[in-house]
Design a protein around this ligand. Sequence first.
Ligand SMILES: *Cc1c(COP(=O)(O)O)cnc(C)c1O
Length: 416
Amino acid sequence: MTGTDPRGAFLPYGRQAIDEADIAAVVDVLKSDYLTTGPKVAAFEAALAAKLGVRFAVSNSSGTAALHLACLALGLGPGDAAIVPSVTFLATANAVRMVGAEVVFADVDPDNGLMRPEDLDQAFARAAAAGLRVRAVFPVHLAGQCADMAGLSELAQRHDCAVVEDACHAIGAYHACGDGSAAAVGSCRLSDMAVLSFHPVKTVAAGEGGAVTTNDPALARRLERLRSHGMVRDAQEFEIAELAFDQAGNANPWYYEMPQIGWNYRLSDIHAALALSQLDRLDHFVEERRALASRYDDLIGALGDEIQPIRRSRFSMPAWHLYSVLIDFDGTGIERAQVMNRLREQGIGTQVHYIPVHRQPYYARIDPGLVLAGADGYYRRTLSLPLFVGMTQADVKRIVGSLSGMIGRRKARAAS
Ligand SMILES: *Cc1c(COP(=O)(O)O)cnc(C)c1O
C-alpha cells in the first residue's frame, strides 16, 4: 500500500529539501580539481562560523565524528566521566565511551525531554557517590528547542566541567543566556564547544557531515589536527629538527609530523558544497519549520488532553528539527505500535525520539540499577510526526486528522 496522500507521496518524519542550486553546487565540485581538502571545505567553515557568530567552525565527516573529536580535544579518557541526558541519539553517549571515559546519564523533563539543572545536579551527585571524576557535560537541544544553557553551564562551571552542546537538532535556534540576552546555538556563548550534524534528516543536509564550533583557538587547533591523522605541517611545531629541516634551516617540503594519533574525519568538498548551498537557505528552512510547527500546535491544541505538543522551553527560540507530541497511550488504551502502523498505512511516517540511552543493553549492563523516571515518562508518550521543508499546511491537517480519528475513536469505544 502506498498511502492515501492526494499526491501519492509518503510523508516521512523528516527529509532533506534539495533545490537546483544545491545540485549545481555539487556538480561544480565534481568538475573541479578538488573533491576533498579543497576550497569548498574552507568556504563552508567560514560561512558557518559567520552565520553562527563563532570564531571557529571545524567541519567533520559526521555529527558522531564531531562528538568524538570534541571528547578527544578535551582530553577525556579513562578515569574521566561525562554527563549526558538519557533522551538523545546514541552517539552523544557513545562518543564518551569511544575515548574510554564513563557515561553518567542525567534524567530529563518528562514533558519535553530536555535536561534541566536539577537533573544535572542529581547526575553530579550520583557521579560523586560512585567516585567518578566528571569533566564534561553534554546538554542536548532536543527536537530543536534549547535546554536552559545559563542554568546548566553555571552548574557545570561550579563543578569545573567543560560544556559541549549537542546541537545536532538545533542549528538556527537561539538560547537564552540568563541575562536577558539570547545567543545563536553554535555561538558557544555559554559552552566550550557545540556539535552539529548535517545528516539529511537534520535541518541542513550534507549527505553525511558534521562540525564542531568553538571560540577557543587551542581547541580549534586540536580539532583540526585530530580530524586529519594527528598530522602537523606547521614548522614551528616540529620536534625532530634533523628530519624536519635542510642545512639552511628551512622546513623540508615533504615533511610532516605526528605528535599524537588522529583519525580521518574530514568532510569532502562534495559534501561541503552541498552544506554550503543549504546553509544559504537556513533562515528559510527555520521559518518553514516554525510555520508548520505552529499549525500543528493550533490543531493539536484543539484536541483532547490525551495528545499534546511537547512542553515549550522557556529558554529557547526554537528551530524545530522534529515535531514531537506526547500521547497518553496508557490512558487511551491504544498501543503506540498500532498508531504508527495505521498511520503508515495512510502514508504517514512517524518515529520515536528516543529510546532512553540508559536502557540500551550496552549501557544497562554498565549500570543495571539506574532508574530515570523523567526519561522513561517522556519515552512512554513521545511520537514524532512528519516535519520537513516541502510539506504543506494541508499535510499537517491530514496528519492531525488521522491521528485524532484513531485516538478519538478508541477513546469513545473505551467509554461506551
Ligand atoms: C544526528 C545526531 C547525532 C549524530 O549525527 P550524525 O551526523 O548522524 O553522525 C548526534 N546527536 C544527535 C542528538 C543527533 O540527532
